[in-house]
Design a protein. Structure first.
Length: 485
């Protein structure tokens, strides 16, 4: 009787592979079907396709040190191309249902932190360098050392801080929040709208977009962010045709002369690998810290995403390990290289891939579908560049909320964890700098551990990073002492 019960409890063996594709991707072995993989591929695309709109807006709205802007059409092409190629590579090489595209948060670092210090080519060269260093970390086995060096609470705080920073960018880009001119002689740095009140049709479009986005998210509608962007773009086009509007900002919502056009690959290869080190007024220390910030954000976001998606798909082994993790991380590092080389910012694994897993994806075959849809988007660039900031910015607010949810995992009752986490989160949006937030958190963590007599708890890599950040924050007096200027 006991043997019969044990046999009943034992899971039935998976069905045999139907063909070579099934065998290669282990579709049947992972108890999936071709239909589920296809549906999952579509679901993943529609939940992350917003990046085709947001990445060009974030990068295109910024200017580099020399006042140069990146072309929105070329950015859309580069974003779609990198997402298409690297998603397929991850599917074939990593056999995980994890899609890749330009990383939100990372593109904010490039646009608002790095580009103002150097040319776009030099900024994208740092992205390529960051990706190459990640590949080196994976190949040399230093991944575990870096992982153990950063406390989990600080990793979560970095995600939360970037989320708040992205949300602030969304509010500012839409005109919901604006900087008060210095001539006002007020100590309040920002205000509601342009005059202390909300006015104008464009801001109304943004407000309606936020309400629509959060409503769809609350209903757990798949593709909520994309649905909101498309809907509010249509609303913006109708409003623009009916009302007399002075300006929408960078993008006016007007129907293009043609919907389909040849992709513009003009940004491909426009990077300088070591040009940032020769930029006047930047300094080697600043460049090193910027690369470190990129590595930190990209590397740990990827680890969290890959582990989370694999767990949801039931692919972790008995010890909680991801199948083929080294290959997956290597491909993700290569995606950063590809993103920088195409001037699309660092490409990374997307947590939105969970939507595809929810539809049944268990293998990399679904990536072929997602990547194919990104490739198809290359032909519809004119249609994607009519989206105004006011229609896309609600997505930034929504993504900020999603990243903010990590705050619940931080132990706020332990001050040695809570204070560095708080400083990391607060300093990012308040100084409009992701680098500053990370530096504040590292320094505070090392200091508090030392004050509590537990300096040995701080990994030597973290001590080194904290020391670099101390120099970074005190760079002006350091340069004066050293007679650099």
């Amino acid at each position: 009787m006991a043997d019969t019960q044990q046999a009943a409890d034992r899971p039935s063996p998976p069905p045999p592979a139907a063909n070579g594709v099934d065998r290669f991707f282990k579709i049947s072995e992972r108890r999936s079907t071709l239909g589920r993989e296809i549906r999952g591929g579509f679901a993943t695309f529609f939940t992350m396709a917003y990046i085709l709109v947001l990445n060009p807006i974030i990068l295109g709205s910024a200017e580099d040190k020399y006042g140069q802007h990146l072309d929105a059409v070329q950015l859309t092409t580069a974003t779609a191309l990198v997402a298409a190629v690297m998603t397929v590579v991850m599917g074939v090489g990593g056999n995980l249902p994890v899609a890749l595209a330009a990383g939100l948060g990372l593109n904010a670092v490039v646009a608002f932190q790095i580009a103002p210090l150097m040319s776009w080519a030099d900024a994208m060269g740092l992205i390529v360098l960051e990706g190459l260093l990640i590949c080196v970390l994976v190949v040399t086995g230093l991944r575990e050392a870096v992982m153990h060096a950063i406390p989990q609470s600080l990793k979560q705080a970095i995600s939360v801080g970037i989320g708040l920073f992205i949300a602030l960018i969304g509010f500012v880009d839409a005109g919901f929040v604006s900087r008060i001119p210095d001539a006002a002689n007020t100590t309040v740095p920002v205000q509601l709208g342009g005059t202390g009140t909300l006015s104008g049709w464009p801001v109304l479009v943004f407000c309606l977009g936020v309400l629509l986005t959060v409503g769809l998210l609350a209903r757990k509608v798949k593709g909520a962010i994309l649905i909101s962007i498309v809907t509010m773009t249509v609303v913006a086009i109708l409003v623009n045709s009916a009302a007399d509007i002075r300006s929408w900002g960078l993008t006016t919502p007007e129907w293009p002369d043609k919907v389909v056009d040849s992709p513009d690959f003009g940004l491909l290869g426009e990077f300088s690998l070591f040009g940032a080190f020769d930029e006047p007024g930047v300094g080697v220390i600043t460049v090193v810290l910027l690369v470190f910030t990129l590595i930190l954000s990209d590397f740990f976001d990827t680890m969290g995403t890959v582990v989370g998606i694999s767990a949801e798909a039931g692919l972790l082994d008995e010890e909680g390990r991801v199948p083929g993790l080294s290959r997956v991380l290597l491909i993700d590092g290569a995606a950063a290289v590809a993103g920088g080389a195409a001037s699309a910012s660092s490409a990374t694994s997307y947590i939105e891939s969970a939507a595809g897993v929810g539809e049944g994806s268990r293998t990399g075959f679904s990536n072929l579908v997602t990547g194919g849809l990104f490739a198809l988007a290359l032909l519809f660039t004119p249609l994607l560049t009519i989206v105004p900031l006011q229609a896309a910015a609600p997505a930034l607010v929504a993504v900020g909320f999603l990243m903010m949810t990590q705050v619940k995992h931080i132990d706020w009752d332990r001050y040695e964890i809570a204070i560095p986490a708080f400083l990391t989160i607060a300093v990012m949006p308040f100084t409009y700098s992701i680098t500053n937030g990370i530096g504040a958190g590292f320094i505070a963590y090392a200091l508090i551990k030392t004050v509590l007599g537990r300096a040995k708890d701080v990994h030597w890599l973290l001590w080194g990073a904290a020391a670099l950040f101390l120099v970074y924050f005190a760079i002006d007096p350091v340069e004066q002492v050293l007679g650099v200027r």
